[in-house]
Design a protein around this ligand. Structure first.
Ligand SMILES: N[C@@H](CCC(=O)N[C@@H](CS)C(=O)NCC(=O)O)C(=O)O
Length: 341
């Protein structure tokens, strides 16, 4: 009898301890009242500081969506601008809750950094920019030439392995940050530069004469970009993951920033009611540790995935990027929201 009481006591202690652990960061953010998001401050379209000093961009909108889901306030975000090389430490030290900085999911980042990546929000690939009059039209043309590249990135590693694999003898010119790299490239210090193709499109606008440059029709890698959290906190990982899926699903179900109020009140589709945590719907959102209206708040704040894409990168932006493989799966792309049930 005494023994079983002791076992029960130990078991309930273990359950309590695991509950505290499981609630770690989500509860910490709720207590703190703000989300700490690691972002890019210099990549227009993805993460940058606008003329008024506000953070803007595709990645930044995911920070806002998570803050809206967790705290009911898309502005309850403290942005931590990070260089490429600062990312792992910011994550590992716990200084940021989530990293949303055009970061590629790779096996070594999951194993060495200890990062858990939420669903990919932008499928990218590494490309090259050159001057139109450089005579460079293919990777082979880099023989004996120089390429600007940023340190602490997948770009740096891919460049070395791909060109070496092709037997191309080139000189990498390495920079720590993009603004310095771009100025150097624009000044003619390298014959070409390489990064994620979206980054090339974004930074091309900052060159003195953007039209003097072209992006080669070559992609040398897969760069699936998405939010990452630190290993070891499953509940927090689930919240970030399902906020992303909520925005994917919202697009699929036709839920927009403009109609979300109407649909929460009047929709018939149980999937929509569930996603929006409409009164009387099943409590799948609360089961994640969030309030029923969490994803309603997120969509109300930033719109669905398609709206975020269009506003920051697509037709509604200066970049005019096509959805391409970032289209929804039912339109031939890779964006696929998993089911809430
Ligand atoms: N996706 C790649 C590249 C990320 C990256 O840092 N790209 C550069 C060039 S687009 C950048 O964002 N630089 C911004 C800066 O240094 O301010 C990675 O995860 O390593």
């Amino acid at each position: 009898m005494v023994r079983s009481v002791r076992i029960l006591a130990v078991l309930s202690l273990l359950v309590a301890a695991s509950t505290v652990l499981a609630q770690g960061r989500l509860q910490e953010i709720k207590n703190r009242g703000e989300l700490r998001c690691g972002v890019n401050a210099t990549l227009p379209g993805f993460g940058f500081v606008d003329a008024s000093g506000a953070y803007q961009g595709f990645d930044v909108d995911f920070c806002k969506a998570i803050a809206a889901a967790v705290l009911g306030d898309a502005n309850a975000v403290v942005y931590r601008p990070l260089t490429a090389g600062e990312r792992p430490t910011a994550l590992q030290s716990g200084e940021i809750d989530v990293l949303i900085r055009n970061t590629t999911r790779t096996s070594s980042r999951e194993s060495d950094w200890g990062a858990n990546f939420a669903p990919t929000t932008y499928y990218d690939g590494q490309g090259f920019m050159v001057r139109k009059d450089s005579g460079i039209n293919s990777l082979q043309d880099f023989e004996g030439r120089s390429v600007c590249v940023q340190s602490g990135t997948t770009t740096e590693t891919n460049l070395g392995t791909t060109l070496a694999g092709l037997g191309i003898d080139f000189t990498p010119v390495i920079f720590e940050t993009a603004p310095v790299l771009i100025a150097a490239y624009d000044d003619g210090q390298c014959d070409g530069w390489t990064t994620d193709t979206s980054g090339l499109v974004s930074y091309q606008q900052q060159l003195r004469v953007p039209d003097d440059h072209k992006i080669l029709p070559v992609v040398i890698s897969k760069e699936p970009l998405g939010p990452a959290v630190l290993h070891g906190d499953d509940q927090w990982y689930d919240v970030v993951t399902w906020t992303v899926f909520a925005l994917f699903n919202a697009e699929e179900y036709g839920v927009t920033q403009a109609n979300v109020d109407d649909l929460r009140a009047n929709a018939q589709d149980p999937q929509v009611l569930r996603l929006l945590g409409a009164p009387g719907s099943e409590s799948y959102v609360q089961a994640l540790g969030l309030s029923a209206d969490a994803f309603y708040n997120a969509i109300k704040a930033v719109g669905n995935y398609g709206e975020i894409f269009d506003r920051n990168l697509g037709a509604g932006s200066v970049f005019g990027l096509e959805r391409g493989i970032n289209a929804q799966y039912y339109e031939g792309g890779l964006i696929y929201g998993f089911p809430f049930n």
